[in-house]
Design a protein around this ligand. Structure first.
Ligand code: HAM
Length: 417
């Protein structure tokens, strides 16, 4: 018989982690929905062309896309991210602006799997289309920070930068190309190859041999148009007045080509691994037009759920939610009593589980322990004869007897509900 296991870069998320994942999305929704962001659920696969706009020079597009031809001969890709899908949806449905949406769900990139880097990974994120108001940039960043605080994370560092408008970016790319070309011998082979594709990405290199040439490279700040520079100054002022701490990192270029003006990244200083970026985002003012829509500015972020949870583990916060099984029914008289008691409790909105196959008292008590229930109800022959039940508090082992006729009320009282 063949044995199957998950593909590289994918995982089964089992309990209690699965409950934590769901709770994560709920906490996110509770932060962004009151700020006017409505839920959008884009499809997990789309026409490949939608994602080519992420950047034909990025590895996400050149190496990591899960693309294939479907049975109808369409060129399809599993989404590597959701910003492009949201912009495609905007063009398709033409909602009124500002259009503010949030999403959560899996994305697919054929990357080298390692801790914090998966081929299927979850993100939550928001996108706001319409205004190019720097106050919106600050709002978007503030919501991410609010969410991190809600999770209990304290060690999140925010870096921001401006990549200017498309003309600025092109001029900067030309200046960088000239600089790096003049120092080719000092660059690593990898960075020389990156230079061919996209000189901005050379700034991302973490290789020690590249550090000196990168440090001496021209700065984006010196290539910003007056408009872009003013916009960036206003974003910083808005963040300051919201008491949000940040560092300006003029080497922050991010891994996608669609960014214009504001870009930002969240790094967990509690993580020591190479992949400490737990989220990032920025403006993508040309993307909607690139996808066939009207010129529409946009800004948003996506936070990696897998990596953020690693950061939560490192800081010892955001534990898995408590079990939803309130009561475990231990019935050593055959199991029929457990059936009727569970039905009554469940109908009354009390979480109830039980054992099957007439297991021993010892084995049923072990199952009660594992279930995370706060209370066990025990039915033995005596209880069945006298129409009673034992209510046992799992924490301290204290027990009391209750009448079967008002068992639900007694359980509620024991649970403090
Ligand atoms: P991104 O930087 O590619 O941006 O991804 C955002 C976050 O997703 C990263 O900071 C990281 O936490 C997580 N992430 C990315 N790749 C992986 C992976 N292979 N395994 C685990 N986690 C990963 C975007 O995706 C943009 N769409 C963000 C955005 C929204 N920009 C504007 N709006």
């Amino acid at each position: 018989m063949p044995k199957f296991a998950t593909s590289p870069g994918t995982r089964d998320i089992l309990a209690p982690d699965s409950a934590r994942w769901r709770h994560f999305q709920q906490v996110f929704a509770d932060v962004v929905e009151p700020a006017g962001y409505a839920h959008i659920i884009p499809p997990m696969f789309e026409d490949l062309g939608v994602f080519l706009r992420v950047g034909e020079t990025t590895e996400i597009v050149t190496k990591e896309m899960y693309d294939f031809e479907d049975k109808g001969g369409r060129r399809i890709a599993l989404r590597p991210e959701q910003t492009a899908s949201v912009c495609r949806a905007f063009v398709e449905h033409r909602p009124v602006t500002p259009w503010k949406v949030w999403y959560g769900g899996p994305n697919f990139r054929y990357e080298k799997p390692q801790q914090g880097r998966y081929r299927q990974f979850d993100q939550v994120g928001i996108e706001a289309l319409g205004p190019d108001d720097p106050q919106l940039d600050a709002e978007v960043i503030a919501l991410a920070m609010q969410f991190y605080a809600q999770l209990g994370l304290r060690q999140v560092r925010l870096s921001i930068n401006s990549l200017g408008d498309s003309g600025d970016r092109d001029r900067y790319a030309t200046a960088l190309r000239a600089h790096f070309s003049a120092h080719l011998d000092a660059l690593s082979a990898e960075s020389r190859a990156t230079l061919e594709r996209n000189p901005l990405r050379v700034l991302d290199s973490k290789r020690s041999e590249d550090a000196a040439v990168i440090a001496a490279a021209p700065k984006m700040a010196d290539h910003l148009s007056a408009d872009a520079a003013t916009h960036f100054a206003h974003v910083q002022a808005a963040l300051r007045s919201a008491s949000i701490q940040f560092v300006v990192d003029d080497r922050l270029v991010r891994g996608l080509d669609y960014y214009r003006r504001t870009t930002f990244e969240f790094v967990s200083t509690a993580l020591s691994a190479a992949h400490t970026a737990i989220g990032g985002g920025g403006r993508y003012d040309g993307l909607v037009a690139d996808l066939g829509g009207p010129e529409t500015p946009g800004i948003g972020f996506a936070l990696g759920l897998d990596r953020t949870l690693l950061a939560c583990d490192a800081e010892g916060v955001f534990a898995a939610p408590a079990s939803r099984v309130d009561v475990f029914v231990v019935d050593v008289t055959g199991g029929a009593e457990a059936t009727s008691i569970c039905s009554a409790l469940r109908a009354a909105g009390v979480g109830a589980d039980r054992a099957y196959e007439g297991k021993s008292m010892k084995s049923q008590m072990k199952a009660a322990d594992r279930s995370g229930a706060r209370i066990a109800i025990i039915i033995g022959d005596d209880e069945r004869t006298t129409n009673t039940a034992i209510i046992r508090t799992m924490d301290d082992g204290s027990q009391q007897s209750a009448q079967r006729d008002n068992l639900v009320a007694s359980v509620r009282q024991a649970l403090g509900r």
